[in-house]
Write a protein that binds this ligand. Sequence first.
Ligand SMILES: [Fe+2]
Ligand SMILES: [Fe+2]
Length: 219
Amino acid sequence: MGLSACALTDQPAVSQPPVRKGGAYRLTIGKTPAVLTLQDIESLFIRRGAEQYSGEPVTQLEHALQCAALAEAEGADDELVTAALLHDLGHLLQDLGETPTLRGVDDVHQYAALPFLRGLFGERVLGGIQLHVDAKRYLCATRPGYHEALSEDSKRSLKLQGGTFSDEQAQAFIARAGAPDAVRLRIWDDLAKTAGAPTPPLSHFLTRARRCALGAGAA
Ligand SMILES: [Fe+2]
Ligand SMILES: [Fe+2]
């Protein structure tokens, strides 16, 4: 079931508009999380994409577009490009204010969007989104110099997210389905913070997302 695009505007057309609860927007129809449509996602980026990405010199939309563009430049397929575009969508479904890591808050954004995307995309897209935080913990454990090169906000959030993996945790992580893709995504993620970097427009990546979307939400 798709949620009207209007549900993410100030004048929702569905019976149960977004309800802010515990710092997050809960989009529900009855007791079931509503599945976002691609139109909803576009509306969300239009509405909140201009917000600054905490502690970084880019907006939320610029970060998403740069991450997707880097994926595309490396020849990633539609699902991985879409995961790159949407990996931080969870930030846009929350309202935790400026730089929550400075207040010791882990927003668990890697999980926040999943209930709303399940049904719109398959496991490969969802897995890239879900695992992109653990991929950072993996890279800190396995790639010399990776941690040092992280932005200050990313170093702060790492501590809140459980810190660098042990060797055992790193091995277990990379054996998971989707983990190698998530590691690729993470590297693009870390690079997608360049002020003013040119990218294709959102519509370009939504076209790619539509090609790998499932069901009515792709309309
Ligand atoms: Fe993230
Ligand atoms: Fe990100």
